[in-house]
Design a protein around this ligand. Structure first.
Ligand code: NDP
Length: 473
């Protein structure tokens, strides 16, 4: 039997069937995880539904206080959660620029406490002799959260804490690749919440679809691929589920010729390779003006050649690609790019196994139609394209079905901001990329998603408006 168990209605629940969780650095089985049946899902949803009236009726400040307690509990178990993340996700504890597993757990704390302090005040639209009209924000009911493998715990916190803060109850399904940190987290905080308020079920095929089809789930919040996001949207029509979809990005960055290449290259590199490139809003397409193209390529190659990629437990700069399918995708996209005539400046071949290791790879002189440019590789590989006319760079940057983030880099921030505002994306950065924080809304345009996360705007996504009209005549 698995030492890891699901949490349903405040109880630890095993399953007759299990599935293996693979350590991506060794390809060995790290642990067995319970495989939920549809009956388990029904129990979890029923528990969440039963817990909803009392939880939603509690004063918001009480729910916020419990969420602060959850943050404290994460902090007390920080070291254990960091090790578990490295084991199942592959990321090193500290990692490149201090952005490894400890950074992720630090992020969970920041987002947890920020969500705890959010408010949903009643808005008064009118208050005169005729009527008082108020806008209230009401929780939706049961929220189904489907979380990915790139930031397993941080994204769980992004989904769950605003849902709970606004009075919903939750059923969460972590990625089958990285369920362990989430299960341990649920166990740690189980005593802090009333039974049924937060449930975790695990499975490796079909469970996400069953959640999306479930008539007693009122909203799905999903972070993952656009393809799966589209399926979720189709199925959500069964009971008009509300949706927040944070989907793939293929973020472009435009580097103007007036930059100080030596100064910006480390930032460009770090935001492209953040989490080994497995970040939805990482910089994934780099458009560089021809005057500084070779200088930028040289600077990036020097950085790439200075970092280490190895088993995350030895705390290198970067660990393995998280799973076999993703590793195969990165390898295939690199091979296709090479076959198309692109110039590989460094990396470009998988490292010897075991483990899904791919070196940091910089690719120059690559055609925009190559799959490595058209689609997100979601790995440690960056295509660098040349431009001579800034309007052409903008057109190429916007020529994508994705629209999560984008950036412009320049010595003149105002000029850069004007150009960045013309990028078709949810967040436009100037002289940085992939910077997010708990109080700034984050979400995609085009096929990168629906809705936003974080702060007041994110919180409101877990509510319906109720307009209260009090006649005075
Ligand atoms: P997916 O986007 O396919 O998501 C997998 C998750 O979705 C699993 O939990 C799965 O659960 C669930 N799921 C699958 N089908 C459905 C459905 N019809 N309805 C509801 N849930 C469903 O992830 P992959 O791991 O396959 O990654 C594919 C690509 O996604 C990556 O290459 C990367 O480009 C992108 N990605 C983006 C992320 C981001 O942060 N935006 C994060 C991770 C990946 P089950 O099988 O049990 O139903």
């Amino acid at each position: 039997m698995s030492e890891y168990q699901m949490i349903i209605n405040g109880q630890k629940v095993a399953s007759d069937a299990t599935f293996p969780v693979i350590n991506p650095a060794t390809e060995e089985v790290a642990a067995q995880c319970p495989k939920a049946t549809e009956a388990h899902l029904d129990q979890a949803v029923a528990a969440a539904r039963a817990a909803f009236p009392a939880w939603s009726a509690r004063p918001g400040a009480e729910r916020g206080a419990i969420i602060h307690e959850i943050g404290k509990a994460i902090e007390e178990h920080q070291a254990e959660l960091v090790s578990l993340l490295t084991l199942e996700q592959g990321k090193p504890g500290t990692g490149f620029a201090g952005m490894g597993a400890a950074f992720e757990i630090g992020g969970t704390l920041a987002w947890c406490h920020a969500a705890a302090d959010l408010e949903l005040p009643v808005e008064v639209i009118q208050d005169n002799d005729e009527a008082r009209i108020e806008v209230h924000r009401k929780p939706l009911g049961v929220v189904g959260s489907i979380t990915p493998w790139n930031f397993p715990l941080m994204i769980a916190i992004w989904h769950v804490m605003p849902a709970l803060r606004s009075g919903n109850t939750v059923v969460l399904k972590p990625s089958e690749y990285t369920p362990l940190t989430t299960l341990r987290f649920a166990e740690i905080i189980n005593d802090l919440l009333p039974p049924g308020v937060f449930n975790v079920v695990t499975g490796d095929g079909g469970l996400g679809a069953a959640m999306t089809n479930h008539p007693d789930i009122n909203k799905i919040v999903f972070t993952g691929s656009t393809a799966t996001g589209k399926k979720i949207m189709q199925n959500a029509s069964v009971n008009l589920k509300r949706l927040t979809l944070e989907l793939g990005g293929n973020d472009a960055a435009i580097v103007l010729p007036d930059v100080d290449v030596a100064a910006i290259a480390p930032k460009v590199f770090a935001t492209a390779m953040f989490n080994n490139g497995q970040t939805c809003a990482a910089l994934k397409r780099l458009y560089v003006h021809e005057d500084i193209y070779e200088e930028m390529c040289d600077a990036l190659v020097a950085l790439a050649n200075s970092v280490t990629t190895a088993d995350g437990s030895t705390d290198p700069d970067f660990g393995p690609v998280q799973n076999k399918a993703q590793f195969a995708k990165v390898c295939a996209m690199a091979d296709e790019a090479r076959a198309s005539g692109a110039r590989f400046l460094t990396g470009g071949e998988p490292m010897p196994g075991p483990g899904y290791f791919y070196p940091v790879t910089i690719v120059a002189d690559i055609d925009d139609d190559t799959r490595l440019v058209r689609e997100e590789p979601f790995g440690p590989i960056l295509p660098v394209m040349k431009f001579s006319d800034v309007e052409d760079a903008l057109r190429r940057a916007n020529d994508s079905p994705s629209g999560l983030g984008g950036s412009v880099w320049s010595g003149d921030p105002q000029k850069a901001a004007a150009l960045a505002s013309r990028l078709e994306c949810g967040t436009a950065w100037v002289n940085t990329h992939a910077m997010i924080q708990p109080d700034a809304p984050f979400g995609g345009s085009k096929e990168s998603g629906i809705g936003v996360e974080f702060g007041r705007y994110g919180l409101e996504e877990y509510t319906n408006i109720q307009t209260v009209y009090i006649s005075k005549t």
